[in-house]
Design a protein around this ligand. Sequence first.
Ligand code: ZN
Ligand code: ZN
Length: 338
Amino acid sequence: MLRAPGEFALCDVPTPEPLLGQVLLRVRASTMCGTDQKIFAGQFPGTLFPHIPGHEFAGDVAKVGPGVDEVREGDRVGVEVHVGCGRCARCLEGLYQLCVNYGRIDKGHAHIGFSVPGALAEYVAVSVKALHRLPDALSWDEGAFCDNVGIALYAIERGRLVAGERVIIIGGGAFGALAAQVARALSAARVVLLGTRSERLERLRNLADLVTANEQDVRDAFPGGADLVVEFAGTAEAARQAIQLARRGGRVVLAGATGPGRELSGIDLSTIVRGHLDILGSLANPRGISARGLELIARGAVDVKPLITHCFGLSEFEQAWATFVERRDGAIRVMVHP
Ligand SMILES: [Zn+2]
Ligand SMILES: [Zn+2]
């Protein structure tokens, strides 16, 4: 429970009751990401305190609420965290992450772990619209990547990757590692992963054709630039790099730098205009894409196991959080098992 920005405590709260169209999930695996750091610090505008965070998780259905017949008690599910209102123009296109009724619980919108209580808890009540049945082959920990893999898949699909292309992924964390593997699964010719923290990159060595912290290595690998560059590092510097590493006429997807107050600088506009670049923003994932991402994990095309670097019980949360925030021993995803 986050009582105020920067202040959390473990505490007992009543088990939520699933409302109309909701299910109660018993959380089996739940992890945290850089966005949680913004939430914890009080920098996420849609979060009101006190707040229970947690938005990357899997669990089984403990109870179904009124009107729910899509799943039954005991079903194993992963969760997509953007639950759109389902009635605005963007939601009708399936773009739940762009819902114009963001934060309006009365309209049916929920951003799980952001605007409504999340899953760093034993139980969480979520809309049935958020659920994806886990393929049998997946463990709970793997299922907790449901939302993450959808985000990575969406960014690659935004970039219109076709077979045989050269791809650069910028960002040595979970999303970069997932996007690199998705690009491979979709038959990229060669995938280069550019990160910054060498301890983390060591863990990701086998997930791309080249994994490096050196921008010059990337230029040497693709002298004319890449067909597609996808940025998942979350910094303005990485966005600049992404634009400069694309070939003329190539595509750039900026998927990481979502925080307010970041500005792009150091780019000659002719790089974009005369370079004839497609530069696309990519925010989270639209409704339903995670189901396809989970299939990629189930058939082994995307391996999330190297990203699971630590596991803790919920009672050890303080240690889990410190491990993640300080990136202890190259921490990528720190799993909590309530
Ligand atoms: Zn996240
Ligand atoms: Zn909507």
